[in-house]
Design a binder for this molecule. Structure first.
Ligand SMILES: [Zn+2]
Length: 249
């Protein structure tokens, strides 16, 4: 472990109640320092307040500048601090290969806009898809596999992806390495440009586990020639196995 990593790791040890022997054994992983973890926590709370303000579905599409605007103008959210904005910029711009993530950059503008005319809201899901092939593929999958399958996550603009990433880092006690192979950083998600997730109705969080690969829905999906599976076992992007994530080809 180099000095910087070691220092951060020790700082983390002194503050986090989440430390376990398993995390300690993973001493090659990158951790946030205690002060960075504090900033992350504050961002997490503020994003949650933004989401409450704009609604779950809209939160998938709003831009970074929309988010800063709402935060500045609504006391119930409160403006992002300079430190928080700098930290968000770091999460967007830093090279995640140091955390073991080698996927392509899919979004180059932190203030990426999604044109409402190019998207369609999928009823009863709280999610959107891009018009054209993604929307067409989705409806074809449901027709081919059955209505026990549904959209569990569609288009995610930068702020939504940031929110998922921040929550994952938070829940892993600041472990950037583990977080980044589970949730792509905000500049590297294919949800921002095309892909979507599906799951079994009423299966909840289990849809985002390897358990999904054991379902008959998954086996039916694997036979469909017009879609692919973006993150197979041992993919070269370094991302975990994600049987629920549909690659639009
Ligand atoms: Zn996905």
């Amino acid at each position: 472990m180099d000095i910087m990593k070691r220092r951060n790791f020790l700082a983390f040890l002194s503050v986090s109640p989440l430390i376990t022997s398993e995390l300690m054994a993973n001493s090659g992983d990158f951790y946030l320092s205690s002060s960075e973890y504090e900033i992350l926590t504050s961002i997490r709370h503020r994003l949650r307040r933004v989401r409450r303000h704009v609604g779950y579905a809209n939160f998938n599409l709003i831009t970074f500048s929309d988010t800063l605007y709402y935060a500045r103008n609504y006391k119930s959210i409160g403006a992002f601090t300079k430190q928080e904005i700098a930290f968000i910029e770091r999460l967007f711009y830093e090279d995640p290969s140091k955390y073991g993530f080698y996927g392509k950059q899919t979004c180059f503008n932190i203030d990426n806009k999604i044109n409402k005319k190019e998207v369609v809201k999928i009823p009863h899901t709280g999610h959107f898809l891009f018009r054209g092939k993604p929307e067409h593929d989705y409806h074809k999958i449901i027709a081919d596999v059955g209505t026990t399958l549904k959209l569990t996550s569609g288009i995610r603009n930068v702020v939504k992806q940031l929110d998922l990433y921040v929550n994952k880092i938070y829940n892993l006690g600041g472990n950037m390495t583990k977080a980044t192979i589970q949730i792509a950083p905000p500049s590297r998600s294919y949800h921002t440009v095309s892909d979507f997730d599906v799951g079994r109705i009423d299966w909840g969080y289990k849809n985002f586990t390897a358990e999904f690969a054991k379902t008959k829905e998954f086996h039916e999906m694997r036979k469909l020639p017009y879609i692919a599976m973006r993150y197979k076992h041992n993919n070269k992007d370094g991302v975990r196995f994600e049987p629920w994530h549909v690659e639009v080809i």
